[in-house]
Design a binder for this molecule. Sequence first.
Ligand code: KG4
Ligand code: ZN
Length: 324
Amino acid sequence: MKILAIETSFDDTSIAILDDENVIAMKTYSQAEKHLKFGGIVPELASRIHSQSIFSLINLTCEDANIKLKNIDKIAVTIGPGLVNTLQVGLIVAKTLSFSLSIPYYGINHLQAHVYSPFINKDCNEIPKKAIILLVSGGHTILAIKRHKNIKIVGETMDDAVGEAFDKVAKLLGLGFPGGPIIDEISKDKRIKTAELPIPNLPKYNFSYSGLKSFVLNQKNKIDVNELVKGFQFSAIKQLINKLKKLQEETKIMNIIVGGGVAANSLLKEEINKLEGNKYISKSIYATDNAAMIGYTAYYLIKNNLKSLKNNVDVIPRMKLDRN
Ligand code: KG4
Ligand code: ZN
């Protein structure tokens, strides 16, 4: 089954072609630079850039995969969560291709795609039936439990998402955007000391990141910037690990799945790998937003009869992880 996948939920236009669970080609165009001068992603500009780049990306991806559009069997497209304007660009392109090629299209939940991203290029039978899910991105920080096809959220951030906190801290220290990879890179330097920051501990399995951000702002000119950055990363990641351990101890579930942009973080990977059980962490190229995870999720859902084809699908900007 050849799947053409489209992802336009935020500021990356990404197209992938999969043959069953394997990625044959993927092209991603990041708009980050174009939004830099505005200090954040401008939805109107983002949707315009998606429409300008999406067709040439589809052509390039087809060329790379050595496949013609007429040989595609199915289309997978992100329908949420994300920015309404940008999601609509991807969906209208998917619907148009579906209509003109007479092939079906499937609306995919971007958050579920992050969850399945560690299994891309692997047999989807390897996806454990029971697992703890840690979803860490620019928009979400979620701890959940997967039992067969059901996903139940057990904890979420009460304020900023962890990736968002990385981005805001880097911005207020004038380090650039996106903040995650920059802070990760600085923190790899073993000569830099780790400043001591509080590790938030909210009730149950919830998270908080706005206090850490305020701490950094208050200490900005009092502590060496690199030490402060390293201390921030340590606390931000430790908070995730503490809750993950607690959930593992309580549920005795020994499979851990980690997805989302922050899954690319070196310290997070190192700490997760110290935990007991089987760990499934997205590879860096499939951790941040990409179309391969959308195509893979469509394949998994179709193969397991978990996804029915619905006509007239619309975008769902506030789509939750547990919604199909
Ligand atoms: O999943 P993603 O590409 O987009 C959303 O769906 O939000 O995640 C983007 C987030 C950004 O906040 C970015 O700073 C963060 O992932 N990120 C990282 C790293 N690479 C990307 N955070 C920490 N360490 C990294 N290496
Ligand atoms: Zn994402």
